[in-house]
Write a new protein. Sequence first.
Length: 55
Amino acid sequence: MRENVREVLKQNGIKHKWLHEQLGISKSHFSHWLRGERDLKQDHINKIKEVLKIN
């Protein structure tokens, strides 16, 4: 999932800031998640899928 999110962000020129603001989580929490240092709640995962239109 993390790699898919990174790829979609990169391909579409979407900034990490925009996504973490959409999720309502801090920049550091989102960054930790992208690096595999933290997990996200399932509702945040679902929101990512919805916002980025990924499976």
